[in-house]
Design a binder for this molecule. Structure first.
Ligand code: HEM
Length: 177
C-alpha cells in the first residue's frame, strides 16, 4: 500500500494518523472526564499522568497531520453524496482540528497557570489545585462536550455509509491490501 493517497483510497500515513488520533481521542475523553470527576488528589494525579502526555501526543500528531496534507499528500476525491452531506462532513472535519488544537492549548494553559506539573509528575506531596480557578478550564470543558458531539456525528456518518449506503467511504480509510 502506498504511503500517499490515491484518487480513491487514503495512503498508509493518512490511515495511520487517522486511527491513532481516534484511539487517542477516545482515551483522552475517557481519562479527562474520569479525572474531572475525582476528588482524591493522588488518584486524579494518577489519571492526569496518562491524560497530559496523550494530550501533547494528539497535539503533535494533529500538527503532523496538517503538515502532511499541506506539504505531502492530496485527499482522495469526495464520495458521491448530496451537497449538504459533503458540506457537513467538511465542517465536522474542520471543527475537529479547531477543537483538538483548542483542547491542547487550554490544557497546556491550565498546567502553566496552575503550576500543577510538579505535583502530577514530580511526586510533590501537596494537593492538586482546583483547575476551575483557572480560565482555560472553561474552554477545556466546553471543548470536551463539543468533541464528544463531533465524534458521535463522525462515527454515525461513517457507519451510515458503511451499513446503510454500503459504499466504500469507511473501507478507503483502512489499510489497503
Ligand atoms: C485533544 C486533546 C484533549 C482532549 C480531547 C481532552 C479531554 C478532556 C476531557 C473530556 C476533560 C474533562 C472535562 C470536563 O469534565 O469538563 C479534560 C479535563 C482535563 N484535561 Fe484534557 N484533554 C485534552 C488535552 C489536554 C492537555 C494537552 C492537557 C494538559 C497538558 C489537559 C489537561 C486536563 C486537565 C488538567 C483537566 C481537568 C481535570 C479536572 O478538572 O480535574 N488536557 N480533558
Amino acid at each position: 500500500m502506498a504511503l500517499k493517497s490515491t484518487t480513491d483510497h487514503y495512503g498508509t500515513v493518512a490511515v495511520t494518523i487517522h486511527w491513532l488520533s481516534a484511539l487517542l481521542i477516545v482515551v483522552l475523553i475517557g481519562s479527562g472526564f474520569r479525572a474531572a470527576g475525582i476528588e482524591d488528589s493522588a488518584a486524579k494525579a494518577g489519571i492526569l499522568r496518562l491524560h497530559l502526555p496523550l494530550g501533547i501526543a494528539i497535539l503533535l500528531l494533529t500538527l503532523g497531520r496538517v503538515g502532511w496534507w499541506w506539504f505531502a499528500d492530496k485527499k482522495p476525491a469526495s464520495m458521491p453524496m448530496p451537497t449538504w452531506q459533503d458540506r457537513s462532513s467538511r465542517t465536522v472535519h474542520f471543527l475537529f482540528y479547531v477543537v483538538i488544537l483548542g483542547m491542547a492549548a487550554s490544557g497546556i494553559g491550565m498546567m502553566v497557570l496552575s503550576g500543577a506539573g510538579p505535583i502530577i509528575f514530580g511526586g510533590e506531596a501537596s494537593a492538586l489545585p482546583d483547575f476551575w480557578d483557572y480560565l482555560p478550564r472553561i474552554p477545556h470543558g466546553i471543548g470536551a462536550r463539543l468533541i464528544l458531539v463531533l465524534f458521535v456525528i463522525h462515527v454515525g456518518a461513517a457507519l451510515y455509509h458503511h451499513w446503510l449506503k454500503k459504499d466504500d467511504l469507511l473501507v478507503r480509510m483502512w489499510f489497503a491490501k
